[in-house]
Design a protein around this ligand. Structure first.
Ligand code: CTP
Ligand SMILES: C[C@](O)(CO)[C@H](O)COP(=O)(O)O
Length: 376
């Protein structure tokens, strides 16, 4: 079995509203269409991906964050768009047809459809209706519909390519999905388990619903970092990327930016990837006097490589002096620049230790930091 996926994205999303058609609106920093395509692109049994677009959307700015796909122009109805997609399949025995407006599709749903296609010419996911169903008119209940044997149809709907293409080419019915077209042509379609979360964005409230569902699936990680450097002779200290004039300097193998070290370690900690000492050993002469932004950039790079976005940073400096307050905005903006983050996602605070302990005696500065990383 060789499978192609057709993602229909040529609708205008009139019921959902918004400045752009729903499939081009962002969910968690990525278009809804990109979310809908990803599980197919990642699936080992899916080859060609065909993205069916409205003629007005062929402008790359609208769809360029979707993955590599064969681009096809759709029609005025979903049925016409599917037919255009089917005609563009180049090398497959089976097709999966999926709404670009269903961003929560999973590899498990795809697997269930593909498994059933091993036995049947058609298979589609659905969820049994569990609510009582009414007929109504003018705001009043006029009757009850037996829900027994009723399902809510989802996508991806899968078929053997040749009979589905023939069914679409010769169809004389108007249908909202491909199962209806296939069945009208006599194809047997198996029902496989869908997923309550595999919603279609249809009305404005569905955006918030999808965002909530997606947030539930996010991988959120926290890490903490702690560092201490002692004072020695000098005329400035580096704190969170800012050179602060002072009558002494912090001692260390690098520039001794204690705040930036704590932040860097918090990121390594969230990733479970060691600490600064492991990545930049103090025994290695090449890091002597190194600017600490090198360490922070490395940690941020590792987070990005692992698919994490840094959501926020909170850093506390513990010292009696120098006064940190006047430099806080510059510290936030220096670290924001290094990390490619908005400054309002970074907090730098300072506290004294009430003259207690080594920080209270002015022997050095301690820093604590927390980092939150998010993988959508
Ligand atoms: N001419 C069309 C109409 C719909 N679709 C696609 O079919 C899927 C399901 O359709 P629906 O939810 O009805 O989308 P829209 O037609 O965009 O919505 P509306 O009816 O609210 O305008 C969507 O991914 C949509 O982009 C399509 O490719 N071509
Ligand atoms: C194909 C479909 O998503 C199955 O539920 C649906 O029928 C298409 O959208 P519409 O809103 O019903 O037109």
């Amino acid at each position: 079995m060789k499978t192609a996926a057709i993602i229909v994205a040529a609708g205008r999303g009139t019921r959902a509203g918004g400045e752009l058609p729903k499939q081009w609106q962002l969910l968690n920093g990525k278009t809804i269409a990109a979310h809908a395509i990803q599980p197919f692109a990642d699936h080992p049994d899916v080859g060609q991906i065909i993205l069916v677009l409205h003629p007005d959307d062929r402008d790359t700015a609208v769809w360029n964050d979707t993955l590599s796909a064969t681009i096809v122009t759709g029609g005025a109805t979903r049925q016409e768009s599917v037919l255009a997609g089917l005609r563009a399949v180049t090398d497959a025995t089976h097709v999966l047809i999926h709404d670009a407006a269903r961003p929560m599709v999973t590899s498990q749903i795809i697997d269930r459809v593909l498994d059933a296609l091993g036995t049947y010419p058609g298979a589609a996911p659905a969820v049994a209706v569990t609510d009582t169903l009414w007929h109504g008119a003018e705001g009043h209940v006029t009757g009850t519909q037996d829900r027994n044997g009723l399902f809510r149809a989802q996508t991806p709907q899968g078929f053997a390519l040749a009979p589905l293409l023939a069914a679409h080419e010769t169809s004389d019915i108007t249908a909202t999905d491909d199962v209806s077209v296939a069945r009208a042509a006599g194809l047997d379609v198996a029902i496989v388990a869908g997923d309550e979360d595999n919603i279609k964005i249809t009305t404005p409230s569905d955006f918030a619903r999808a965002e909530k569902l997606m947030r539930r699936e996010m991988d959120i990680r926290c890490g903490n970092g702690y560092d201490v450097h002692r004072f020695g002779p000098g005329d400035h200290v580096w704190l969170c990327g800012v050179k602060v004039p002072f009558e002494r300097s912090l001692q260390g193998h690098s520039d001794a930016d204690v705040g930036m070290h704590a932040v860097t370690d918090a990121i390594y900690g969230a990733l479970g990837m060691g600490d600064i000492g492991q990545h930049f050993p103090p025994t290695d002469p090449q890091w002597k006097g190194a600017a600490s932004h090198i360490f922070l950039e490395h940690a941020v790079g590792l987070a990005t490589e692992q698919g994490y976005r840094i959501s926020n940073i909170d850093c506390t400096l513990v010292c009696e002096f120098p006064k940190v307050g006047p430099h806080q905005p510059a510290m936030k903006s220096a670290m924001a620049q290094i990390m490619g983050l908005a400054a309002d996602r970074i907090s730098v605070k300072a506290t004294t230790s009430e003259r207690l302990g080594f920080t209270g005696r002015g022997e050095g500065i301690a820093a604590l930091a927390t980092a939150t990383l998010v993988k959508p």
